[in-house]
Design a protein around this ligand. Structure first.
Ligand code: NAD
Length: 342
Protein backbone atom coordinates (compact mmCIF):
# COMPACT_ATOMS: atom_id res chain seq x y z
CA UNK A 1 0.00 0.00 0.00
CA UNK A 2 1.07 3.58 -0.51
CA UNK A 3 -0.29 5.17 2.66
CA UNK A 4 2.43 6.91 4.62
CA UNK A 5 2.90 6.55 8.35
CA UNK A 6 1.99 9.81 9.99
CA UNK A 7 0.45 9.10 13.38
CA UNK A 8 2.87 8.59 16.29
CA UNK A 9 1.64 5.94 18.72
CA UNK A 10 3.13 4.19 21.74
CA UNK A 11 3.50 0.42 21.44
CA UNK A 12 3.86 -1.72 24.56
CA UNK A 13 4.69 -5.35 23.78
CA UNK A 14 3.80 -6.47 27.30
CA UNK A 15 4.49 -9.75 29.08
CA UNK A 16 3.78 -13.44 28.50
CA UNK A 17 2.05 -13.86 25.14
CA UNK A 18 2.22 -10.05 24.68
CA UNK A 19 5.23 -9.92 22.34
CA UNK A 20 3.82 -12.77 20.20
CA UNK A 21 0.41 -11.21 19.65
CA UNK A 22 1.80 -7.68 19.29
CA UNK A 23 4.11 -8.89 16.52
CA UNK A 24 1.17 -10.55 14.78
CA UNK A 25 -0.98 -7.43 15.03
CA UNK A 26 1.71 -5.00 13.83
CA UNK A 27 2.37 -7.24 10.81
CA UNK A 28 -1.33 -7.17 9.90
CA UNK A 29 -1.47 -3.39 10.44
CA UNK A 30 1.54 -3.01 8.13
CA UNK A 31 -0.16 -5.15 5.50
CA UNK A 32 -3.09 -2.72 5.26
CA UNK A 33 -0.80 0.34 5.44
CA UNK A 34 -1.92 1.56 8.86
CA UNK A 35 -0.64 5.09 9.59
CA UNK A 36 0.97 4.40 12.99
CA UNK A 37 4.61 5.26 13.65
CA UNK A 38 5.41 3.11 16.68
CA UNK A 39 7.31 4.37 19.69
CA UNK A 40 8.15 1.09 21.44
CA UNK A 41 8.12 1.28 25.24
CA UNK A 42 8.26 -1.07 28.21
CA UNK A 43 5.74 -1.82 30.94
CA UNK A 44 4.78 -4.68 33.27
CA UNK A 45 7.41 -7.26 34.22
CA UNK A 46 9.48 -6.13 31.24
CA UNK A 47 9.62 -2.70 32.92
CA UNK A 48 10.44 -4.20 36.31
CA UNK A 49 13.28 -6.25 34.81
CA UNK A 50 14.73 -3.30 32.90
CA UNK A 51 14.34 -0.36 35.30
CA UNK A 52 12.59 -1.79 38.39
CA UNK A 53 9.36 -0.01 37.50
CA UNK A 54 6.22 -1.63 35.99
CA UNK A 55 5.32 1.70 34.42
CA UNK A 56 8.58 3.53 33.63
CA UNK A 57 8.59 7.34 33.37
CA UNK A 58 9.73 7.05 29.77
CA UNK A 59 6.62 5.04 28.90
CA UNK A 60 4.36 7.63 30.54
CA UNK A 61 6.22 10.42 28.71
CA UNK A 62 5.75 8.59 25.41
CA UNK A 63 1.98 8.28 25.91
CA UNK A 64 1.88 11.93 26.93
CA UNK A 65 3.53 12.80 23.62
CA UNK A 66 1.50 10.51 21.35
CA UNK A 67 -1.84 10.48 23.22
CA UNK A 68 -2.34 7.05 21.72
CA UNK A 69 -1.20 3.58 22.75
CA UNK A 70 -1.61 -0.05 21.84
CA UNK A 71 -0.80 -2.19 24.84
CA UNK A 72 -0.08 -5.90 25.07
CA UNK A 73 -1.20 -7.66 28.27
CA UNK A 74 0.92 -6.94 31.34
CA UNK A 75 1.72 -9.32 34.16
CA UNK A 76 0.85 -7.68 37.46
CA UNK A 77 3.96 -7.91 39.68
CA UNK A 78 3.09 -9.69 42.93
CA UNK A 79 4.57 -8.04 46.02
CA UNK A 80 7.26 -5.36 45.74
CA UNK A 81 4.76 -2.64 46.63
CA UNK A 82 4.19 -1.58 43.02
CA UNK A 83 1.11 0.46 42.27
CA UNK A 84 -1.38 -1.06 39.80
CA UNK A 85 -0.33 -0.20 36.25
CA UNK A 86 -3.85 0.18 34.95
CA UNK A 87 -4.94 2.39 37.83
CA UNK A 88 -1.85 4.60 37.34
CA UNK A 89 -2.55 4.92 33.62
CA UNK A 90 -6.19 5.80 34.25
CA UNK A 91 -5.33 8.47 36.78
CA UNK A 92 -2.32 9.89 34.89
CA UNK A 93 -4.28 10.39 31.67
CA UNK A 94 -7.81 10.78 33.05
CA UNK A 95 -8.98 7.70 31.14
CA UNK A 96 -12.58 8.07 32.24
CA UNK A 97 -14.29 5.78 29.73
CA UNK A 98 -13.75 2.07 29.30
CA UNK A 99 -15.31 0.96 26.06
CA UNK A 100 -16.01 -2.71 25.35
CA UNK A 101 -17.70 -3.70 22.11
CA UNK A 102 -19.23 -7.18 21.96
CA UNK A 103 -19.89 -8.61 18.56
CA UNK A 104 -20.48 -12.16 17.35
CA UNK A 105 -17.67 -13.16 15.02
CA UNK A 106 -17.75 -16.92 15.32
CA UNK A 107 -21.14 -18.13 14.08
CA UNK A 108 -22.85 -21.08 15.73
CA UNK A 109 -21.85 -20.16 19.28
CA UNK A 110 -24.33 -19.76 22.08
CA UNK A 111 -25.55 -16.45 20.68
CA UNK A 112 -25.51 -15.31 17.06
CA UNK A 113 -25.75 -11.73 15.80
CA UNK A 114 -24.81 -9.98 19.01
CA UNK A 115 -23.67 -6.42 18.49
CA UNK A 116 -23.57 -4.20 21.54
CA UNK A 117 -21.20 -1.74 23.18
CA UNK A 118 -20.70 -1.26 26.90
CA UNK A 119 -19.29 1.92 28.47
CA UNK A 120 -17.91 1.61 31.97
CA UNK A 121 -17.07 4.65 34.08
CA UNK A 122 -13.40 4.16 34.84
CA UNK A 123 -12.36 6.59 37.60
CA UNK A 124 -14.95 6.61 40.39
CA UNK A 125 -17.51 4.36 42.11
CA UNK A 126 -16.22 1.64 44.44
CA UNK A 127 -12.85 1.60 42.70
CA UNK A 128 -11.83 4.50 44.87
CA UNK A 129 -11.05 1.61 47.26
CA UNK A 130 -11.48 3.65 50.42
CA UNK A 131 -11.65 0.75 52.82
CA UNK A 132 -11.03 0.07 56.47
CA UNK A 133 -11.86 -2.31 59.30
CA UNK A 134 -13.80 -1.62 62.45
CA UNK A 135 -12.94 -3.82 65.45
CA UNK A 136 -15.67 -5.90 67.04
CA UNK A 137 -14.84 -7.23 70.52
CA UNK A 138 -11.31 -8.64 70.29
CA UNK A 139 -11.51 -9.07 66.52
CA UNK A 140 -9.73 -6.09 64.91
CA UNK A 141 -11.32 -6.98 61.58
CA UNK A 142 -14.84 -7.54 62.87
CA UNK A 143 -16.40 -5.29 60.24
CA UNK A 144 -15.02 -4.31 56.84
CA UNK A 145 -16.13 -0.98 55.48
CA UNK A 146 -15.84 0.35 51.95
CA UNK A 147 -17.04 3.61 50.52
CA UNK A 148 -17.31 4.78 46.94
CA UNK A 149 -18.09 8.07 45.31
CA UNK A 150 -19.62 9.34 42.08
CA UNK A 151 -19.37 12.96 41.09
CA UNK A 152 -22.14 14.67 39.16
CA UNK A 153 -19.62 15.97 36.61
CA UNK A 154 -18.18 12.51 35.93
CA UNK A 155 -21.63 10.86 35.70
CA UNK A 156 -22.60 13.45 33.14
CA UNK A 157 -19.34 13.08 31.18
CA UNK A 158 -19.52 9.28 30.79
CA UNK A 159 -23.22 9.22 29.86
CA UNK A 160 -22.75 12.09 27.40
CA UNK A 161 -19.79 10.19 25.91
CA UNK A 162 -21.99 7.11 25.39
CA UNK A 163 -24.73 9.17 23.72
CA UNK A 164 -22.22 10.92 21.46
CA UNK A 165 -20.82 7.51 20.49
CA UNK A 166 -24.36 6.36 19.69
CA UNK A 167 -24.93 9.35 17.42
CA UNK A 168 -21.62 8.97 15.59
CA UNK A 169 -21.98 5.22 15.13
CA UNK A 170 -25.63 5.08 14.07
CA UNK A 171 -26.72 3.33 17.24
CA UNK A 172 -30.36 3.62 18.26
CA UNK A 173 -30.66 3.08 21.99
CA UNK A 174 -28.67 3.88 25.11
CA UNK A 175 -29.47 1.92 28.27
CA UNK A 176 -28.36 3.34 31.61
CA UNK A 177 -27.66 0.61 34.15
CA UNK A 178 -27.85 1.48 37.86
CA UNK A 179 -28.96 0.31 41.30
CA UNK A 180 -30.66 3.51 42.36
CA UNK A 181 -33.40 1.59 44.20
CA UNK A 182 -30.83 0.55 46.85
CA UNK A 183 -27.74 2.75 46.42
CA UNK A 184 -30.02 5.75 46.24
CA UNK A 185 -27.34 8.42 46.36
CA UNK A 186 -24.28 6.72 44.83
CA UNK A 187 -26.01 5.41 41.73
CA UNK A 188 -29.07 7.64 42.05
CA UNK A 189 -26.88 10.58 41.05
CA UNK A 190 -25.69 8.64 38.03
CA UNK A 191 -29.28 7.94 37.00
CA UNK A 192 -30.34 11.54 37.65
CA UNK A 193 -27.59 12.95 35.44
CA UNK A 194 -28.18 10.18 32.89
CA UNK A 195 -31.82 11.16 32.51
CA UNK A 196 -30.86 14.80 31.96
CA UNK A 197 -28.38 13.87 29.23
CA UNK A 198 -30.95 11.54 27.62
CA UNK A 199 -33.36 14.47 27.43
CA UNK A 200 -30.81 16.37 25.31
CA UNK A 201 -30.85 13.55 22.75
CA UNK A 202 -34.61 13.08 22.71
CA UNK A 203 -35.91 12.25 19.25
CA UNK A 204 -32.44 11.18 18.10
CA UNK A 205 -31.41 8.39 20.48
CA UNK A 206 -33.81 6.24 22.47
CA UNK A 207 -33.20 5.89 26.17
CA UNK A 208 -33.81 3.00 28.58
CA UNK A 209 -32.93 2.43 32.20
CA UNK A 210 -32.33 -0.93 33.88
CA UNK A 211 -31.48 -2.05 37.36
CA UNK A 212 -28.18 -3.94 37.23
CA UNK A 213 -29.45 -7.31 38.49
CA UNK A 214 -32.33 -7.35 36.01
CA UNK A 215 -29.91 -6.25 33.30
CA UNK A 216 -27.61 -9.22 34.01
CA UNK A 217 -30.50 -11.62 33.58
CA UNK A 218 -31.76 -9.94 30.44
CA UNK A 219 -28.29 -9.95 28.89
CA UNK A 220 -28.40 -13.74 29.11
CA UNK A 221 -32.05 -14.24 28.13
CA UNK A 222 -32.30 -11.67 25.34
CA UNK A 223 -29.06 -9.79 24.65
CA UNK A 224 -30.34 -8.55 21.28
CA UNK A 225 -32.50 -5.93 23.00
CA UNK A 226 -29.34 -4.01 23.99
CA UNK A 227 -27.43 -1.57 21.81
CA UNK A 228 -25.30 0.85 23.87
CA UNK A 229 -25.05 0.29 27.64
CA UNK A 230 -23.53 2.83 30.04
CA UNK A 231 -22.90 2.13 33.69
CA UNK A 232 -20.79 2.82 36.76
CA UNK A 233 -17.36 1.33 37.46
CA UNK A 234 -18.08 -1.88 39.40
CA UNK A 235 -21.24 -2.83 37.48
CA UNK A 236 -19.37 -2.20 34.22
CA UNK A 237 -16.51 -4.42 35.33
CA UNK A 238 -18.85 -7.33 35.95
CA UNK A 239 -21.23 -6.84 33.02
CA UNK A 240 -18.41 -6.43 30.49
CA UNK A 241 -17.01 -9.85 31.35
CA UNK A 242 -20.52 -11.24 31.07
CA UNK A 243 -20.92 -9.74 27.59
CA UNK A 244 -17.49 -11.11 26.54
CA UNK A 245 -18.80 -14.52 27.53
CA UNK A 246 -21.74 -14.14 25.13
CA UNK A 247 -19.42 -14.14 22.12
CA UNK A 248 -16.68 -16.65 22.77
CA UNK A 249 -14.81 -15.37 25.80
CA UNK A 250 -11.77 -13.27 26.50
CA UNK A 251 -9.76 -14.39 23.45
CA UNK A 252 -12.10 -12.32 21.27
CA UNK A 253 -12.66 -9.30 23.52
CA UNK A 254 -11.01 -5.91 22.84
CA UNK A 255 -11.20 -2.82 25.01
CA UNK A 256 -10.33 0.86 24.93
CA UNK A 257 -9.61 3.28 27.76
CA UNK A 258 -10.39 6.77 26.59
CA UNK A 259 -9.69 10.08 28.26
CA UNK A 260 -9.12 13.71 27.45
CA UNK A 261 -5.36 13.38 27.18
CA UNK A 262 -4.93 9.89 25.76
CA UNK A 263 -6.55 6.70 24.52
CA UNK A 264 -5.13 3.27 25.33
CA UNK A 265 -6.23 0.19 23.39
CA UNK A 266 -5.78 -3.37 24.63
CA UNK A 267 -7.07 -6.92 24.70
CA UNK A 268 -9.26 -7.68 27.68
CA UNK A 269 -7.34 -10.89 28.48
CA UNK A 270 -4.11 -11.11 30.47
CA UNK A 271 -0.58 -12.29 29.67
CA UNK A 272 -1.57 -16.00 29.62
CA UNK A 273 1.64 -17.29 31.24
CA UNK A 274 0.45 -20.90 30.77
CA UNK A 275 0.86 -20.68 26.98
CA UNK A 276 3.51 -17.94 26.69
CA UNK A 277 6.32 -18.76 24.25
CA UNK A 278 4.46 -21.71 22.74
CA UNK A 279 3.40 -19.80 19.64
CA UNK A 280 -0.27 -20.73 20.03
CA UNK A 281 -1.77 -17.49 21.41
CA UNK A 282 -4.82 -16.05 19.69
CA UNK A 283 -4.01 -12.53 18.42
CA UNK A 284 -7.62 -11.63 17.58
CA UNK A 285 -8.54 -9.73 20.75
CA UNK A 286 -5.54 -7.43 20.35
CA UNK A 287 -6.20 -7.15 16.62
CA UNK A 288 -9.79 -6.09 17.36
CA UNK A 289 -8.34 -3.49 19.77
CA UNK A 290 -6.14 -2.23 16.93
CA UNK A 291 -9.27 -2.00 14.76
CA UNK A 292 -10.86 0.21 17.44
CA UNK A 293 -7.69 2.32 17.41
CA UNK A 294 -7.97 2.77 13.63
CA UNK A 295 -11.57 3.92 14.05
CA UNK A 296 -10.44 6.29 16.81
CA UNK A 297 -8.10 8.02 14.32
CA UNK A 298 -10.85 8.05 11.67
CA UNK A 299 -9.42 5.30 9.50
CA UNK A 300 -12.67 3.36 9.20
CA UNK A 301 -11.57 2.26 5.74
CA UNK A 302 -8.66 0.25 7.15
CA UNK A 303 -10.70 -0.91 10.16
CA UNK A 304 -13.41 -2.27 7.84
CA UNK A 305 -10.81 -4.12 5.80
CA UNK A 306 -9.37 -5.87 8.84
CA UNK A 307 -12.86 -6.64 10.20
CA UNK A 308 -13.77 -8.24 6.88
CA UNK A 309 -10.51 -10.20 6.84
CA UNK A 310 -11.12 -11.57 10.34
CA UNK A 311 -14.64 -12.59 9.40
CA UNK A 312 -13.44 -14.35 6.28
CA UNK A 313 -10.71 -16.31 8.06
CA UNK A 314 -12.82 -17.21 11.09
CA UNK A 315 -16.00 -18.25 9.27
CA UNK A 316 -13.88 -20.30 6.88
CA UNK A 317 -12.95 -22.15 10.05
CA UNK A 318 -9.85 -23.99 8.89
CA UNK A 319 -7.34 -21.67 10.57
CA UNK A 320 -8.20 -21.31 14.23
CA UNK A 321 -6.02 -21.27 17.32
CA UNK A 322 -6.48 -23.84 20.09
CA UNK A 323 -8.71 -21.60 22.25
CA UNK A 324 -11.11 -21.42 19.27
CA UNK A 325 -11.13 -25.19 18.86
CA UNK A 326 -8.48 -25.44 16.13
CA UNK A 327 -4.80 -26.33 16.03
CA UNK A 328 -3.33 -23.37 14.13
CA UNK A 329 -0.34 -21.50 15.54
CA UNK A 330 -0.22 -17.73 16.00
CA UNK A 331 1.93 -17.55 12.87
CA UNK A 332 -0.55 -19.66 10.82
CA UNK A 333 -3.43 -17.41 11.81
CA UNK A 334 -1.36 -14.27 11.19
CA UNK A 335 -0.42 -15.48 7.70
CA UNK A 336 -4.08 -16.26 6.89
CA UNK A 337 -5.18 -12.85 8.16
CA UNK A 338 -2.47 -11.04 6.18
CA UNK A 339 -3.61 -12.82 3.05
CA UNK A 340 -7.27 -11.99 3.76
CA UNK A 341 -6.64 -8.25 4.28
CA UNK A 342 -4.07 -7.76 1.50
P1 NAD B 1 -5.31 -14.55 31.35
O1 NAD B 1 -6.34 -13.79 30.59
O2 NAD B 1 -3.90 -14.21 31.09
O3 NAD B 1 -5.50 -16.12 31.06
C1 NAD B 1 -6.72 -16.84 31.34
C2 NAD B 1 -6.80 -18.08 30.43
O4 NAD B 1 -7.11 -17.67 29.10
C3 NAD B 1 -5.48 -18.85 30.32
O5 NAD B 1 -5.76 -20.24 30.25
C4 NAD B 1 -4.88 -18.36 29.03
O6 NAD B 1 -4.05 -19.30 28.39
C5 NAD B 1 -6.12 -18.08 28.18
N1 NAD B 1 -5.89 -16.98 27.23
C6 NAD B 1 -5.85 -15.64 27.51
N2 NAD B 1 -5.58 -14.93 26.43
C7 NAD B 1 -5.43 -15.82 25.41
C8 NAD B 1 -5.14 -15.69 24.02
N3 NAD B 1 -4.95 -14.49 23.45
N4 NAD B 1 -5.04 -16.82 23.27
C9 NAD B 1 -5.25 -18.03 23.82
N5 NAD B 1 -5.54 -18.22 25.13
C10 NAD B 1 -5.63 -17.13 25.92
O7 NAD B 1 -5.67 -14.38 32.90
P2 NAD B 1 -4.80 -14.73 34.19
O8 NAD B 1 -4.09 -16.03 33.98
O9 NAD B 1 -5.74 -14.58 35.31
O10 NAD B 1 -3.73 -13.57 34.31
C11 NAD B 1 -2.36 -13.65 33.91
C12 NAD B 1 -1.66 -12.33 34.17
O11 NAD B 1 -2.22 -11.31 33.35
C13 NAD B 1 -1.78 -11.82 35.61
O12 NAD B 1 -0.56 -11.26 35.99
C14 NAD B 1 -2.85 -10.75 35.51
O13 NAD B 1 -2.71 -9.77 36.51
C15 NAD B 1 -2.57 -10.18 34.15
N6 NAD B 1 -3.73 -9.49 33.51
C16 NAD B 1 -3.44 -8.39 32.77
C17 NAD B 1 -4.44 -7.72 32.07
C18 NAD B 1 -4.08 -6.50 31.25
O14 NAD B 1 -2.92 -6.16 31.14
N7 NAD B 1 -5.03 -5.83 30.64
C19 NAD B 1 -5.76 -8.21 32.12
C20 NAD B 1 -6.03 -9.36 32.87
C21 NAD B 1 -5.00 -10.00 33.55
Amino acid sequence: TTDSKTIPATLIAGDGIGPEIVESVTEILDTVGAPFVWDRQLAGMAGVDAVNDPLPKQTIESIRRTGLALKGPLTTPVGGGFKSINVTLRQEFGLFANLRPTKTIIPGGRFDDIDLVLFRENLEGYYAAMEHYIPVGDDPKGIALSSGFNSRAECRRIVKFAFEYAVKNNRKTVTIVHKANILKLLTGLFLEEGRKVAEEYKGRIEFNERIVDACAMQLVINPWQFDVIVTTNLFGDILSDLTAGLVGGLGMAPGANIGEKAAVFEAVHGSAPDIAGKGIANPLALLLAAVMMLRHVNRNDLADRIDAGIKKVITNGTVRTKDLGGNATTKDLTAALKQAVA
